[in-house]
Design a protein around this ligand. Structure first.
Ligand code: AHR
Length: 359
């Protein structure tokens, strides 16, 4: 417990001097171990029963990770990355809770981590809202919290740092690419949004809408949540197809939604991609999403890099050493377009790019 208080004090002092300074951070270069050797995967109550009351022997650092769920390929890659990075071989004991996109389960997981006296808690928040109380509880217990992947709208003094991609910039990139591609042609746009209230949804919508507002020749016909799932994407697209006959752009806020939307369009005989009637924009740029981009089915795919755990480990190591940390770490993204398209905003897909993909 003494160590926890020292860490918190160091973190708080550093935060006081750095608030307002953004920027990226160096990543840890430690070797990862296979996930199955090290990671625990259990509901919050089970994890509470299994966890020892005292700290593990030696210098093992206990980290609780309250993950959003398992809604997408991106999420699976992100979870694997955390399990590989926070391994026993790297000096960690990771307690992992999959909240299954349920806010109540995620809050309960964090409270369980507090009871278990974790050294650190990582939270990938499902929604931006509703975090002040539990973050205050963690701070009162002397446990530093890292907000990862998505952001919260809580008081920043209640957590150590936020690590994630710039979702607004991702939306702007998608919009700027579309403007460049259409070059003044009209667009009737349908948007399949992500989970309601998630910063990934809010940011991508804000960024895209900002560009759309500059184009009077664009109309956003409708925008509905597909909850970042393939089933959700398919369901929303089927409903759009019943209601609209004159669309030429579908924006899917992640790859899994795009797969569902493509299934719905296939069933309705609607063509899409570089040789089709409908332009598809997707986000994430996971391996399968980039395969569809290489195949010309997705026109533009804006990356959201899921490999973020090294940044969290780096923050924890710095806090352990009493060193300064950045209050915000932006994980850098890029965008990709189908073969035959060139863009100032995106890289044209090749087999080599796909082969080099780590997730
Ligand atoms: O927060 C990141 C988003 O959440 C990814 O775009 C999506 O695939 C995931 O579900």
């Amino acid at each position: 417990m003494k160590r926890k208080l020292a860490v918190l004090l160091a973190g708080t002092m550093v935060m006081a001097s750095l608030v307002g300074c953004g920027g990226s951070d160096a990543a840890s270069t430690e070797t990862a171990a296979p996930a199955e050797e090290t990671a625990e995967e259990a509901p919050a109550e089970e994890a509470a029963e299994e966890a020892p009351a005292e700290e593990a022997a030696g210098d093992t650092i206990k980290v609780g990770f309250a993950q959003v769920g398992h809604e997408s390929d991106w999420r699976a890659a992100n979870t694997q990355n955390y399990q590989d990075t926070f391994s026993a071989a790297n000096g960690y004991e990771l307690s992992f809770v999959d909240a299954d996109n349920d806010n109540a389960v995620q809050l309960e997981a964090v409270r369980t981590f507090i009871q278990q006296e974790m050294d650190y808690i990582c939270i990938a928040p499902i929604e931006t809202a509703g975090w002040d109380t539990v973050l205050q509880e963690a701070q009162d217990a002397g446990i530093p919290v890292l907000i990862v992947d998505r952001s919260v709208d809580a008081d920043p003094s209640l957590y150590e740092t936020q690590i994630g991609c710039d979702m607004v910039l991702e939306g702007e990139t998608a919009g700027n690419w579309l403007a460049e591609y259409l070059n003044g042609e009209a667009a009737n746009i349908l948007v399949i949004e992500g989970t309601v209230g998630a910063s990934a949804t809010l940011g991508r919508t804000e960024g895209f809408n900002k560009v759309a507002a500059e184009h009077s020749e664009w109309t956003i016909l409708d925008s509905q949540s597909g909850d970042f799932t393939q089933a959700g994407g398919q369901e929303v697209m089927e409903s759009f197809i019943k209601s609209y006959s004159d669309f030429n752009v579908v924006v899917c806020q992640n790859d899994n939604e795009a797969y569902g939307a493509m299934d719905a369009m296939d069933a309705a005989g609607i063509t899409y991609g570089v040789d089709g009637d409908v332009i598809i924009i997707s986000y994430d740029a996971t391996h399968d999403g980039l395969q569809y981009t290489l195949d010309g089915k997705i026109n533009c795919n804006v990356e959201c890099n899921p490999l973020q755990a090294e940044f969290a480990a780096d923050v924890i190591q710095k806090l352990e050493a009493g060193e300064a940390i950045d209050p915000v770490t932006v994980v850098v993204d890029q965008a990709f377009v189908a073969p035959g398209i060139t863009s100032q905003y995106a890289t044209t897909m090749t087999q080599e790019v796909l082969d080099g993909r780590a997730y």
